[in-house]
Ligand binder design. Structure first.
Ligand code: ZN
Length: 393
């Protein structure tokens, strides 16, 4: 990586194509006034690309060069990560969203990807950073009693998105019926290549409650979520956490201090890829009830991820609430409501190499008023193994 031209030299004069590869709509990079890809608006943003440095100016969020635009768009404070994306782009590792990978037969699939990318881009551009008192702020701080300090701008407010439900329209066909328009907590999912690949929606009411539907969380059609995550906190060191839900991730971080990303689903968690610097991963496991086949999705995903990463020399600690059917957000809710008759408890499972780290994390959890026990993770020990097929907690 140190040989050859620097990422800055590589990128100079090529910022438009790099930023399009990162997922920014090429239409806003033509030098005219447009909505800002970072903070929205209608015409506040202009990409002037002075001296080929990718410079831009925004009346809403300020000015910068190509690296600053890329880092802000990718929700990272790490120049190294942005530089890696640029180097990857020139090595052909970062497939540009808008550029055809297989030029001839794939054209309709390419059009499809481009159309999806534009939809995602549009929704993101329409969303706003969180401000005190807005519906997302109230949902997190008042309804969920979660701390929001330190969150990146991957979590934003969309002021109004349509809520659609599938309905039968006759002849066995299915259509969509609009039920209402709601503020949405919009969360950006980012691939390991640092490309934004999806948006997750939590439908809310104006006063920060869940919208009045059975299913209030929906993902927009994305560009392939394998290995992706919502990068809720900056990861700057060798330790990070991962959980399924956004609220669960925020709760896990609040209880341990470990910056934690959300994968949204157990399936996506199985394929999660931490940044290269990470040497210790804390998995906040959802203690799911067994499904009809006896499989417990949260444990299963954690197990698959753990085995894959341990094979690469990454240490893994599992943090598991002891009550079946709960996750770390439930632990946080019970702790915050101070329901002493059911004070929450978590188990930490660690291998010998990360036992001390697990004890440090357990001590932090204890200081937050949650009882915690560290257990050795020995795959042959039926008593302590939170096996995906076992029913006991
Ligand atoms: Zn802006």
């Amino acid at each position: 990586m140190k040989f050859g031209p620097s990422a800055r030299e590589l990128a100079n004069g090529h910022w438009r194509e790099i930023l399009v590869a990162a997922g920014i709509d090429e239409d806003v990079l033509d030098g005219e006034h447009h909505p800002c890809p970072l903070c929205g608006g209608t015409d506040r943003f202009r990409f002037d690309d002075k001296d080929g440095r990718g410079t831009y100016f925004c009346n809403g969020c300020g000015a910068g060069d190509g690296f600053q635009l890329l880092m802000k768009y990718q929700c990272t404070s790490s120049f190294v990560e942005a530089a890696r994306f640029v180097e990857g782009y020139f090595k052909g590792q970062s497939t540009p969203i808008a550029a055809p990978a297989k030029p001839v037969q794939q054209s309709s699939a390419q059009d499809d990807r481009k159309r999806i990318a534009r939809k995602l881009q549009k929704a993101w551009a329409e969303s706003l950073p969180l401000t005190a008192g807005d519906p997302v702020y109230r949902y997190l701080t008042e309804t969920r009693k979660l701390p929001i300090e330190g969150l990146t701008n991957c979590l934003r407010l969309h002021p109004g998105m349509g809520y659609f439900e599938k309905v039968k329209v006759g002849d066995g066909k299915v259509g969509y019926k609009k039920r209402g328009t709601h503020p949405v907590m919009l969360a950006k999912a980012t691939a390991p290549t640092a490309q934004p690949v999806g948006l997750h929606r939590s439908y809310l009411t104006q006063d920060g409650k869940k919208a009045p539907y059975a299913k209030t969380k929906k993902s927009m059609k994305g560009l392939g979520l394998h290995g992706a995550a919502i990068r809720l906190y900056p990861v700057t060191g060798a330790v990070m956490g991962v959980a399924e839900g956004i609220e669960t991730s925020i709760a896990g971080r609040a209880l341990t201090g470990v910056p934690t990303w959300a994968t949204i689903s157990s399936t996506i968690m199985e394929g999660f890829e931490p940044p290269a610097e990470v040497k210790l991963l804390v998995i906040f496991v959802d203690n799911d009830h067994p499904d009809e086949k006896g499989r417990r999705a949260g444990f299963y995903a954690a197990q698959v991820l753990k085995e894959r990463l341990e094979a690469r020399g990454i240490q893994v600690i599992l943090v598991v609430p002891t009550t079946v059917g709960t996750d770390m957000d439930d632990v946080w809710q019970v702790r915050t409501a101070a329901l002493t008759d059911q004070s929450p408890r978590v188990n930490l499972y660690a291998g010998t190499a990360c036992m001390r780290a697990a004890q440090t994390i357990a001590a932090r959890i204890e200081r937050q008023g949650v009882r915690s026990t560290v257990r050795s993770y020995a795959p042959t020990d039926g008593e302590t193994l939170p096996h995906p097929q076992r029913h006991a907690a």
